[in-house]
Design a protein around this ligand. Structure first.
Ligand SMILES: Cc1ncc(COP(=O)(O)O)c(C=O)c1O
Length: 427
C-alpha cells in the first residue's frame, strides 16, 4: 500500500513487523496473548484497537490481530473471533481436564451434555428466546431447511407465501415447490435485488401457512430492518447471514433458521429456533433427520450431532455475551458498516453500492468499481495487503466485503484506507 494511506482518518501507518509464531502450543497461549498485547503493531496498525477487540471474560483483550492472520472478508465460512479460536486451540487436546478432545467425546456423556446445554442457554440469553420456543442444533445447512420447513409445517396442497429479496429467498421458494404450493408474493429479481418492498402493499394469500423471508441476503446485501406481519400463519426467516448480529424479537417468528458458518461458528451446524406448538405435524414422508419433533424430543441428540461445531458455537455465544450482548454487538456492526458505506458513497462514483440505502446489510456489503476493468486489480492488491475474499459472488460479480461480528473495526478501517488509496492512484 502506498504511503498516502497514512493520511486517512483511521491513521494507518507503516511499522516494522516483528516475527510471530504461526502455531501456538496450548500452554503458550497466555504468553502469546501477553506478547500480542505488548508487541509492536502489525504491518498496518490503526487507532481502533481496544474498542474493537473481542473478549472472553476470563482472558485479556487482544488488541492486534496476529500478524499471521489475514482480514478475511469471506461470506462464509467466515472469520471467527480470535479469542474463540485461541480458546478452542487451548482446549483442543484436553478439554478442561477431561483427558480428551471435544472431538473424541461421546455425545451422550456428561462433558458434551454440559457443552450443548450451555450453548443453548447462552443462545437463549443472547436472543432472549421465549420458553415456548425450542432450540435445535442440526446438520444439513440452511439448504436442508428449505425442504424441512414445508415438510414439517404443511401438506402438499397448502399455500405458503414467499417474499423474494435475493438469491437465497429464491432458492428457498424453488425447493418448497417440491413439497407444497409456494407463491412468490413479491420478487426483486427484475431489479437485480436492490430493495425490499413496503409491507402494506403486499398481497398475501389469505390461507398461507407461512410467510418466508430471507432476513439478510448474503449475495445481494439486502437486509430487513423491520419484518412483515403475516396475514395468516407464521413468519419464517432464514437468518443465516445476520444471526446474532443484532437483537431480534423472536416472538414475531414461528421459526428462525441459520447456518452457523457466517456469524456463530464453523460450517456443519444449523440452528433452528421454532415455536413449540407448531412442532409435531411433519408429513409421513418426512425423513427422520428432517423431523423437528424427533430432534426436539431428543434435545438435538437423536443421532450424533456436529459436536465440535456446537462446542465452537458455544464459545462464540459466550464471547458475544461477554461483549455485552447483542445490543452492543449491533452498535459495533453499525459503526463498521457506516464506515464502509460512507467510503463508498463519498467516493464520487468511483465505488458504488447498488442497494437502496434503507435496507443495506450490516453484514454483507456489495460494491462495484466505476471502472470495472480495475476490479481484478483491486482484489489482487487487497490480497497482497492481507485483506482476502473480497470478490463478489460469481452470480453478481464486483466486490463484496462481509463484515460479520468477528470482523474487527480495524479490518474495516484497513479496507477503507486501502479503498481511498486505490482510488487516489486510479481515479
Ligand atoms: C442467507 C443464506 N441462506 C442459505 C444459505 C445456504 O446455506 P448452507 O450452505 O448452510 O446450506 C446461505 C449460504 O451462504 C445463505 O447465505
Amino acid at each position: 500500500m502506498a504511503a498516502t494511506a497514512s493520511t486517512t482518518p483511521s491513521s494507518f501507518i507503516f511499522r516494522k513487523t516483528p516475527k510471530n509464531q504461526s502455531f501456538l502450543k496450548p500452554e503458550s497461549i497466555s504468553v502469546a496473548l501477553t506478547a500480542n498485547r505488548l508487541a509492536k503493531p502489525i504491518s498496518l496498525s490503526c487507532s481502533a484497537t481496544a474498542a474493537s477487540a473481542t473478549q472472553i471474560q476470563d482472558r485479556p483483550p487482544i488488541q492486534n490481530q496476529s500478524q499471521d492472520r489475514v482480514f478475511n472478508f469471506a461470506a462464509g465460512p467466515a472469520t471467527l473471533p480470535e479469542n474463540v479460536l485461541l480458546k478452542a486451540q487451548s482446549e483442543l487436546y484436553n478439554w478442561r481436564g477431561s483427558g480428551m478432545s471435544v472431538m473424541e467425546m461421546s455425545h451422550r456423556g456428561k462433558e458434551f451434555t454440559s457443552i450443548i446445554q450451555k450453548a443453548e442457554a447462552d443462545l437463549r440469553a443472547l436472543l432472549k428466546i421465549p420458553e415456548d420456543y425450542a432450540v435445535l442444533f442440526l446438520q444439513g445447512g440452511a439448504t436442508s431447511q428449505f425442504a424441512a420447513i414445508p415438510l414439517n409445517l404443511c401438506q402438499a396442497d397448502d399455500t405458503v407465501d414467499c417474499l423474494v429479496t435475493g438469491s437465497w429467498g429464491d432458492k428457498a421458494f424453488k425447493e418448497a415447490q417440491k413439497y407444497c404450493k409456494p407463491k412468490v408474493i413479491w420478487s426483486g429479481k427484475s431489479e437485480k435485488y436492490v430493495r425490499i418492498p413496503a409491507f402494506d402493499g403486499l398481497e398475501q394469500s389469505p390461507d398461507a401457512k407461512y410467510l418466508h423471508i430471507c432476513a439478510n441476503e448474503t449475495i445481494h446485501g439486502v437486509e430487513f430492518k423491520d419484518y412483515p406481519v403475516p396475514k395468516n400463519g407464521l413468519l419464517i426467516a432464514d437468518m443465516s447471514s445476520n444471526f446474532c448480529s443484532k437483537p431480534v424479537d423472536v416472538s414475531k417468528f414461528g421459526l428462525i433458521y441459520a447456518g452457523a458458518q457466517k456469524n456463530v461458528g464453523p460450517s456443519g451446524v444449523t440452528i433452528v429456533i421454532v415455536r413449540k406448538d407448531v412442532i409435531g405435524n411433519a408429513r409421513d414422508i418426512t425423513p427422520v433427520m428432517f423431523d423437528y419433533k424427533i430432534h426436539a424430543e431428543n434435545n438435538s441428540l437423536y443421532n450424533t450431532p456436529p459436536c465440535y461445531g456446537i462446542y465452537v458455537c458455544g464459545l462464540v455465544f459466550e464471547d458475544l455475551l461477554a461483549q455485552g450482548g447483542l445490543e452492543e454487538v449491533e452498535k459495533r456492526n453499525k459503526k463498521k458498516a457506516e464506515l464502509l458505506y460512507n467510503a463508498i458513497d463519498e467516493s464520487k462514483g468511483f465505488y458504488r453500492c447498488p442497494v437502496e440505502k434503507s435496507v443495506r446489510s450490516l453484514m454483507n456489503v456489495p460494491f462495484t468499481l466505476e471502472k470495472s476493468e480495475l476490479e481484478a486489480e483491486f482484489i489482487k492488491e487487497a490480497a497482497k495487503e492481507k485483506m482476502v475474499q473480497l470478490k463478489g459472488h460469481r452470480s453478481v460479480g464486483g466486490m463484496r466485503a462481509s463484515i460479520y461480528n468477528a470482523m474487527p473495526l480495524a479490518g474495516v478501517e484497513k479496507l477503507v484506507a486501502f479503498m481511498k488509496d486505490f482510488q487516489a492512484r486510479h481515479a
